[in-house]
Design a protein around this ligand. Structure first.
Ligand code: NDP
Ligand code: FE
Length: 445
């Protein structure tokens, strides 16, 4: 199929558009020779220096690998070129504007037009810009798929020479999945973002009603200025704590499922699967809200409203109480940041699986504990100190503590020695398997 003895190897690119030009430039820089196939060989746009431009037919004949850098809508003419493309490796780089635009994947369509060529889907997840600039940390991966192993090897060799690392995704039927990759918009962030938005809106309006509007209605006192800092600084910690708890809740639920079923070999329900997959995003958003809470708290002492209210008398009991909740909050936040940092790919790659799970799980629950305890102490302090909080505190405050408390209690229950033993047994796959049928049973007993 290919003649690998001649180097520099000549590669063909159909299409002198953005991607064709960037790819050509990259190939030339990596030492390949490049020939373009164009509808207008003499009047096409500028091509990289050193490349030749010919008609499609002439270009296809000169190389054994052809990159099809043309929109799928214009593939039609390739059908007439099928005889010239026989036994050539055709690389389909195309993408679509939206999912399910066509009944079949672009690469499968190309294969149908040129049945005797070896179609490989590749490079479509890189942008022309990324190709031109060469591989970088975030743009190193080339996904490919195709039915011919030899053809895939040829494309792998080229991609590797260009400095990319290649992931083979199997046969050409995986092309649709690869074509959907660039169309995804933060798939794992969607649920956490919606949740964060929903919780923020709910608690904001709840606190607005109970705090500002209620006070105005009953006491005719205008405290609307509290919206900007005090209210925000209540919404953010509540949302942060709930999101952090929701990040750990699916793990606990999964353990309960495993205990209940007595095996780890059965799939979790879909909703739990999805929830587990977006734990990192939940945690990072929770961290962002915790950051906001810290920043808002830091400015409290410089606010006019607070300075105006500061009393000269010192009560050591109050000082103890408030210092303890600040301290818990700071410890919790410190660990929170540690969790965030270890979730960065570059950091987590440097950790062994044991180290990673120690930090994310053990220290994670400790973080949740500190943050929850900080909130408890805060509520207790406020409750004793101010008559205003006596009526305000219970519902909203309890709501924010409900989820984290449930998670912590469940986790404590899971840590009970007898529960922990059976969970370990299940997770290591030691569970007793029931005999399949009676004949086996008689052999065992
Ligand atoms: N741009 C990007 O960042 C990326 C693009 N892609 C894919 O690469 C392919 C090309 O994209 P791009 O380079 O941006 O597109 P352009 O529109 O810039 O270029 C397309 C090229 O296709 C050729 N062409 C256009 N119409 C016809 C036709 N009727 N018959 C034959 N050839 C035709 C033209 O070349 P000529 O005039 O020489 O014949 C034209 O320059 C697309 O399938 C796209 O999905 C994939 C990943 C990233
Ligand atoms: Fe706080």
């Amino acid at each position: 199929m290919r003649n690998t003895d001649t180097w520099p190897e000549l590669l063909c690119i159909f299409g002198t558009g953005d991607l064709g030009r960037s790819l050509g430039q990259r190939l030339l820089q990596s030492g390949y020779k490049v020939v373009y196939g164009s509808r207008r060989p003499h009047s096409c746009g500028p091509v990289p220096q050193g490349a030749q431009v010919m008609s499609h037919t002439a270009a296809a004949q000169s190389a054994s690998v052809v990159f099809i850098c043309i929109q799928r809508e214009h593939y039609g003419f390739l059908e007439q070129l099928a005889p010239q493309l026989k036994r050539k490796v055709l690389v389909d780089v195309s993408n679509n504007l939206r999912k399910n635009l066509y009944p079949e994947a672009n690469a499968e369509y190309l294969q149908r037009l040129t049945p005797e060529a070896y179609v490989v889907k590749a490079f479509n997840t890189l942008s022309a810009w990324a190709l031109q600039n060469g591989p970088s940390d975030s743009n190193r991966q080339v996904y490919l798929c195709g039915n011919s192993t030899e053809a895939k090897e040829a494309v792998t060799e080229i991609a590797t020479r260009l400095g990319f690392s290649v992931q083979d995704r199997g046969s050409l039927s995986a092309a649709r999945e690869l074509e959907d990759f660039p169309l995804q918009l933060f798939p794992l962030w969607r649920l956490p973002l919606r949740l964060a938005f929903g919780l923020t809106a709910f608690f904001f309006f709840y606190l607005l009603t109970r705090d500002v509007i209620y006070t105005y209605a009953t006491q005719k006192k205008d405290i609307s200025f509290r919206i900007m800092v005090s209210l925000a600084n209540k919404v953010f910690p509540i949302v942060s704590l709930i999101m952090l708890a929701l990040c750990y809740l699916p793990g606990v639920i999964a353990a309960v499922f495993q205990l209940y079923r007595g095996t780890k070999y059965r799939r979790f329900p879909d909703w739990l699967d999805r929830w587990m997959l977006c734990r990192k995003q939940l945690g990072l958003l929770a961290l962002a809200f915790a950051f906001l809470h810290v920043l808002y708290t830091l400015i409290i002492p410089i606010r006019y409203y607070v300075r105006y209210k500061i009393a000269a008398k010192l009560d050591t009991t109050i000082a103890w109480r408030s210092d303890s909740y600040y301290s818990m909050g700071i410890l919790g936040f410190g660990l929170y940041v540690l969790l965030g940092i270890t979730s960065l790919p570059s950091v987590s790659n440097a950790l062994s699986w044991r180290e990673f799970s120690f930090i994310q799980s053990k220290l994670g629950y400790l973080t949740l504990f500190f943050c929850t305890f900080h909130t408890y102490l805060y509520g207790w302090d406020m409750f004793l100190r101010s008559s205003y909080y006596k009526w305000y505190t219970p519902p909203g405050y309890m709501l924010s503590l409900l989820v984290p408390s449930v998670v912590l209690v469940l986790k404590l229950l899971l840590l009970l020695p007898c529960v922990d033993r059976s969970l370990t047994r299940i997770r290591q796959g030691w569970e007793r398997t029931e005999p399949q049928d009676d004949s086996q049973k008689s052999l065992i007993t």
